[in-house]
Design a protein around this ligand. Structure first.
Ligand code: PGA
Length: 254
């Protein structure tokens, strides 16, 4: 069943005090999310207890992690396992964000392991894919994204793939103020769903989100598209009013 999601990705931003105030501001906005909608906050790991304490118990609002380690435990100084997040009430984990791929050299092979690790403990990966500018300029974005999906997700079982949320984020659109036209994003989302169906016949993905310069001015046009099931929002999620407005636009879709 289609699941619509507005997800905030705070990245490595905000002091504890700022995080606290932003969460309060967001909580002041009433949402009436239906059961097939969710608002998710991917906050820096150190603020997870704060966010969980403030948000847990609010219907259809969840706290997420921005990354995890691929192993269940062990001597990996500074790392956090998916099960540790689950143990503090966090069951959504962003994986393969382009910043992790670029600055931390995360490969498709590593992301296949991380995806498996998250699913194994019953949590939900928000798996990011998307092409850099030179690929878009060459017009080969479909095959680029297809390869990312095949390399990282095709080893999963049918039972596992249905639990994955995919976020399509063209790298050139992230933080740039540029977004592809909504119908063009829609057709890439169609392609993503087709690629998954080509491997897992009769399995439909519940959510393919779009990310890259989403804000309260362009969200409505994006969410109107049939295959855009929500958004992963960076910069605009650091502004309480902006993000609350995006969540409201999602909310009004029902
Ligand atoms: P942006 O970031 O909204 O600032 O473009 C999106 C993301 O990186 O997930």
């Amino acid at each position: 069943m289609r699941k619509q999601i507005a997800a905030a990705n705070w990245k490595m931003n905000l002091s504890h005090h700022e995080a606290d105030s932003l969460l309060d501001q967001l909580l002041a906005t009433e949402h009436h999310l239906s059961s097939n909608q969710a608002v998710i906050f991917a906050v820096p790991a150190i603020y997870i207890p704060l966010a969980v304490q403030k948000l847990n118990g609010k219907p259809n609002i969840f706290v997420a992690a921005q990354n995890c380690h691929q192993k269940a435990n062990g001597a990996y100084t500074g790392e956090i396992a998916a099960s540790m997040y689950a143990s503090v009430g966090v069951h959504h984990i962003i994986l393969g964000h382009s910043e992790r791929r670029e600055f931390f050299a995360e490969s498709d092979t590593l992301l296949a392991e991380k995806t498996e690790a998250v699913l194994t403990i019953g949590s939900t990966p928000i798996f990011c894919c998307g092409e850099p500018l030179e690929i878009r300029e060459a017009g080969t974005q479909n095959s680029f994204v297809e390869a990312q999906l095949k390399n990282a997700l095709f080893q999963l079982s049918a039972d596992q793939i249905v639990k994955v949320v995919i976020a399509y984020e063209p790298i050139w659109a992230i933080g740039s103020g540029q977004t592809p036209e909504p119908h063009k994003i829609n057709s890439i989302h169609e392609m993503i769903k087709d690629v998954v169906q080509s491997r897992f016949s009769n399995i439909g993905l519940d959510s393919v989100l779009y990310g890259g310069s989403v804000n309260s001015s362009n969200a409505a046009a994006l969410f109107e598209e049939d295959e855009i099931d929500g958004a992963l929002v960076g910069v605009a999620s650091l502004d309480g009013k902006e993000f609350a407005e995006i969540a409201n636009i999602l909310n009004d879709l029902t």
